[in-house]
Design a protein around this ligand. Structure first.
Ligand SMILES: *Cc1c(COP(=O)(O)O)cnc(C)c1O
Length: 370
């Protein structure tokens, strides 16, 4: 095998550092309409159903060109009928973005805001639903990558079931690292993308849909290119054929990422590796004076938001460049009202990386944080 050309690791929640075999898959140019390539697409669709613990009799996977946001927009703009009203619990930038999409399409919605370091509270949603009988669908972000907070799907799913709502989950940065039993939770549409916990490269998103719910949405799409049902129909009828040009290199790389994922022990193994590294980084940086923004009980396994140390000066640009010189790339914060930075720990990041990162921060703080 060739020497890995990567010179630094990404501590960013997508794109992330991928394995060399995943990247090597991209050296082959493939044709979209021959069976070899369609078989790769079908393998990906099938394997994703397995990870979601559902069968092809009741559920299907639709792959959609574009990053994760395109997947979310495809679902929201394709499933809403003229009489639908959404409820969006907002506690981060990605749920905020869902509201932006619904506004743009003129789809009715009500939003319920929570602090960005506070979990979505199912009881508050229930109280709101009692006042808003027009609500027919609920769309929620599982792991808010904005902050690193993980919402509790179980309590929300109970409310969704009681009110018989359509249930949409952005599981972008949790799918593959956190067990999600779609059927048990009653999720109708689950969205994630190639460059998150399955550890592929960016280029497409995927939607796992309950067939009955999906079929009921035929004709609702507001765009051509993001029409979820149309994409499903083509993929299904032509056994793995995409409408329009598909990101062939990315799909082949993703198939390799899935094989590695399964060989390494699936969700359980990946989730526990991420959680271990996440805890180590959180504790290590906290000891250096960087307080996590999200409390331990709400912290998800993939990314942590750290506040700048109280009363001291920190130059993020300088720190970012210095760490990059030392082979690690960190992420700016995404909060609007606090100075923060983020450290992601998904991708080919292991415990020795966590040790090295903490040692680097220790050195940096001593040298540059006054
Ligand atoms: C990554 C991510 C998205 C999609 O973002 P893109 O930049 O379009 O890939 C959406 N929601 C969550 C929670 C994410 O982590």
């Amino acid at each position: 095998m060739i020497k890995d050309p990567n010179t630094y690791k990404l501590l960013t929640p997508g794109p992330l550092t991928t394995s060399l075999p995943v990247r090597l898959e991209m050296l082959v140019d493939r044709c979209t309409w021959d069976d070899d390539y369609k078989d790769i697409t079908q393998f990906v669709r099938r394997t994703l159903l397995d990870i979601a613990h559902v069968s092809g009799d009741e559920y299907t996977t639709i792959l959609m060109q574009g990053s994760g946001t395109f997947g979310v927009e495809s679902v929201l703009s394709s499933v809403a009928g003229g009489k639908d009203t959404f409820l969006i619990p907002v506690n981060g930038a990605y749920s905020e973005r869902m509201c932006q999409m619904l506004s743009r399409y003129g789809i009715a919605y009500v939003r319920e805001d929570f602090a960005w370091n506070e979990r979505v509270d199912a009881a508050r949603l229930e109280a709101l639903l009692a006042r808003h009988p027009e609500v027919t669908a609920l769309s929620i972000v599982h792991n808010e990558t904005t902050s690193g907070l993980i919402n509790d799907l179980e309590s929300v799913s109970e409310v969704v079931r009681r009110y018989k709502l359509l249930f949409i989950v952005d599981a972008m940065s949790s799918f593959g690292a956190v067990e999600i039993d779609m059927k048990a939770l009653g999720i109708d549409f689950l969205i994630s993308s190639a460059n998150k916990c399955i550890q592929g490269v960016p280029g497409f998103s995927f939607i796992i849909a309950r067939l009955e719910a999906l079929k009921a949405t035929e004709g609702n799409a507001r765009t051509v290119s993001l029409d979820l049902h149309d994409q499903y129909k083509t993929m299904e009828a032509n056994k793995g054929k995409w409408r329009f040009t598909s990101p062939t290199h990315v799909v082949a790389a993703f198939a390799e990422a899935l094989r590695e994922f399964e060989a390494q022990g699936g969700v359980l193994e990946r989730g526990s590796r991420y959680a271990r590294i996440n805890r180590k980084l959180r504790e290590g940086l906290q000891a250096l004076g960087f307080e996590p923004y999200v409390c331990e009980a709400f912290q998800g396994p993939v990314i942590t938001t750290f506040l700048y140390p109280e009363g001291r000066t920190l130059d993020f640009k300088h720190m970012h460049a210095w760490l990059k010189d030392h082979d690690y790339v960190i992420y700016p914060g995404k909060l609007t009202d606090r100075d923060t930075f983020r450290i992601g720990n998904i991708g080919e990041i292991y415990e020795e990386d966590a040790d090295r990162i903490i040692a680097l921060f220790t050195e940096y703080v001593k040298e540059f944080v006054k």
